[in-house]
Structures are given as structure tokens and as C-alpha cells.
Design a protein around this ligand. Structure first.
Ligand SMILES: [Zn+2]
Length: 214
């Protein structure tokens, strides 16, 4: 599972990858038989209910940046790839972030849109009640605006505590993603799935090594 953030031009910022570099990476996936999955298929495979295709990969984009709509969506469409975006509905209305119309268009183009907290908080610094509001309200708003189920959580800053895990369990969340580095497999706790961080400043060669483990 690859973890991207912003797709734009911001030299020196490791959470930003240029559209050209993203395109180069997606071209590699396309030419080498990788299969970027929908979130549903990813979980069916993880749970053993679906045979994985050759070289399965899940492409995730955190934070719901408007540049994902502007740059990443056309690239995914070009290669016929699925991707998942984790957004914080509290950012709606700010220029840097997608609005509901853009999120809806992405969903229609084959993206899964899932919650990343209402305001991208440091969850362990909040009371259990505040955490529950951040998590449940984000899910509710995404479901109301985009339809479908938004029961896959991504921890802002990768941070969580015992309250967070209990809230996810009590509210029937299906899975949750961390920023712990590594490949995802079914031995990992469903609320502690690992991902591979893509540093936008790194070379293609380094990215390929992260992807293939070679
Ligand atoms: Zn984030």
C-alpha cells in the first residue's frame, strides 16, 4: 500500500510529489503488471474472500488536497487505476482542499473517499468524547455527501490511543490505516495496517526499491 499526500510543485517538501513524478511511477505500475485495487477488493483479498490479482497494490492519498483532484485524478484515469483518498470534512471550503463537488467527481471516476478525522487533529491529545466526534462526524458527512459507506479510517499523523481503537470498534469501522512503514498483510491488526510512505523528493530508483522491496 503506497501512501501519497499532495501532488503539486513544492521543491524541498517531502509530502509533495510533482505530477510528472507521479505519472512516471504510475506508468511503471501499468507497464509492469501491477493492479491498483478498489478498497473493497483490497479488503476482500486481505480477508481471504478474493483471489488477489497479479501484483496487487493500493494507492492512498492522505488529507484531501485539491491538487489530488487537479493532478492525481487525471493520471489515475489515464492508466485506468483506482485510488483511495482520506479527507477531513472540516477542511471543506478551504482552497487547498477538495470541495464536495470535486470529491464526488473523484468518486465517480473510481476513487474511494474515506475519513481522516473532521479537522485532522492529534487524536491522543483529545478526550474520548472529542475523538468520537472527530471520527464519527467525518464518516457521517462523507456518507451524506457522497453516498456509500465511509467506514475505513486513516489516523491523522498516524496517531491513536486505546480510546481511538475502542471508538472504531464500537462504531463498526472495518479497517484503519497507520503510517507505520511496511507491507500490509492479514496478520496485522485490522486497525493497525501498515503502509509505505512515498517521499516526493526521492528518486524513481528509491521509489521502485520501496515498491518491490528489492
Ligand atoms: Zn493527514
Amino acid at each position: 500500500m503506497l501512501n501519497y499526500h499532495s501532488v503539486d510543485y513544492d521543491p524541498g517538501n517531502i509530502v509533495v510529489i510533482t505530477p510528472e513524478k507521479l505519472d512516471e511511477q504510475m506508468a511503471f505500475l501499468s507497464e509492469n503488471g501491477y493492479n491498483p485495487l478498489t478498497l473493497d477488493d483490497f479488503f476482500l483479498i486481505l480477508e481471504g474472500g478474493l483471489e488477489p490479482p497479479e501484483k496487487p497494490v493500493l494507492l492512498t492519498f492522505d488529507d484531501g488536497y485539491a491538487d489530488n483532484y487537479k493532478y492525481a485524478m487525471p493520471i489515475m484515469t489515464k492508466y485506468g487505476f483506482h485510488a483511495t483518498m482520506f479527507m477531513s470534512p472540516g477542511t471543506i471550503g478551504q482552497d487547498w482542499y477538495v470541495n464536495w463537488e470535486q470529491a464526488k467527481e473523484m468518486k465517480e471516476a473510481g476513487w474511494d473517499i474515506q475519513p481522516h478525522g473532521m479537522t485532522h487533529p492529534h487524536l491522543p491529545k483529545l478526550s474520548a468524547e472529542e475523538q468520537a466526534n472527530e471520527i464519527i462526524e467525518a464518516r457521517k458527512q462523507i456518507e451524506e455527501h457522497l453516498g456509500g459507506t465511509a467506514d475505513v479510517f486513516c489516523y491523522p499523523y498516524g496517531e491513536y490511543n486505546g480510546d481511538t481503537l475502542r471508538i472504531l470498534e464500537e462504531n463498526d469501522f472495518r479497517f484503519a490505516f497507520t503510517i507505520q512503514q511496511g507491507r500490509t498483510d492479514s496478520s496485522q491488526h485490522k486497525f493497525q495496517l501498515k503502509r509505505i510512505y512515498v517521499n516526493g523528493e526521492e528518486s524513481f530508483k528509491t521509489w521502485k526499491q520501496r515498491l518491490t522491496g528489492k
